[in-house]
Design a protein. Structure first.
Length: 258
């Protein structure tokens, strides 16, 4: 398989050979939010207060932000399922070139993410689909790590009560602070600067990564770290979208989306 043919595969086909798994759902009912037997509200409106430091007189500089969180439940949506063809074999030779992982804006990501982005990068139907998939696919009492996380992890509302530890890494500490589904804390970390995860070997049963794999300039190194922190039989669930910040997405993905 040559490089051009390999790059033309669906985005879901790019997985690490080091234990990585891309889940493709083939059961239509498993991603239907309509009729889900919960009493959860469709939305949760919150006011979040962000502190930007102190002024010249030592007074705190705060700003309140109104946000609406999608719970993924009580929606009218149903989701048709289309099979996703995954790459079954890898080329004998490494098919990528360094420029495949280049970005239009190669500057340090910390500047790009300095200001918290308390927004959704996918729409409500996508959130609902992902939330229902998590509910059906992640066993209770699992220890979970959400990498490249933000102020939401898209988990069902009951996860903090029925799961084990839920941890996260992400670019912006203030965003992670607002993620109330994390029960075991978070680490603000730029995986493009340092792909090492700050956790011990075999610490988690599940690792999730939502619409972020396309921003990683060292995705194989990150997925090797994911493999390291997963327990035997563990699973990594990588979800992807056709939306992106085009200046920050790597070239191999950007050329397929734009």
């Amino acid at each position: 398989m040559d490089r051009e043919k390999f790059l033309s595969l669906p985005a879901a086909a790019f997985a690490s050979g080091a234990g990585g798994v891309f889940a493709a759902n083939t059961n239509p009912e498993s991603c239907q939010a309509k009729g889900t037997p919960t009493n959860n509200p469709r939305y949760i409106d919150q006011e979040l207060e962000m502190n930007y430091g102190n002024d010249s007189k030592g007074n705190p500089r705060n700003r309140g932000v109104l946000v609406r969180r999608f719970t993924g439940d009580s929606t009218p949506y149903e989701f048709p399922i289309s099979p996703v063809k995954l790459a079954q074999t890898w080329p004998e030779e490494w098919p990528f070139k360094p420029q495949d992982f280049s970005r239009s804006d190669p500057s340090n990501d910390k500047g790009f993410y300095t200001i918290p982005k308390l927004v959704y990068h996918i729409d409500e139907p996508a959130v609902a689909s992902l939330t229902q998939y998590y509910r059906k696919d992640i066993p209770a009492k699992s220890d979970i790590l959400d990498i490249c996380s933000s102020w939401v992890s898209h988990y069902p509302l009951e996860f903090p009560e029925i799961m084990g530890n839920i941890s996260a890494t992400g670019m912006n500490g203030m965003e992670l602070k607002f993620n109330n589904q994390l029960t075991a804390g978070y680490e603000a970390r730029d995986l493009n600067e340092n792909p090492l995860l700050p956790y011990n070997d075999e610490s988690f049963d599940i690792v999730t990564c939502v619409v972020s794999i396309d921003y990683l300039v060292q995705p194989v190194d990150v997925l090797k770290e994911v493999h390291r922190v997963l327990r035997p039989g563990g699973k990594v669930i990588v979800s992807q979208s056709n939306r992106c910040f085009p200046t920050k997405a790597v070239a191999m993905v950007r050329c397929q989306i734009l």
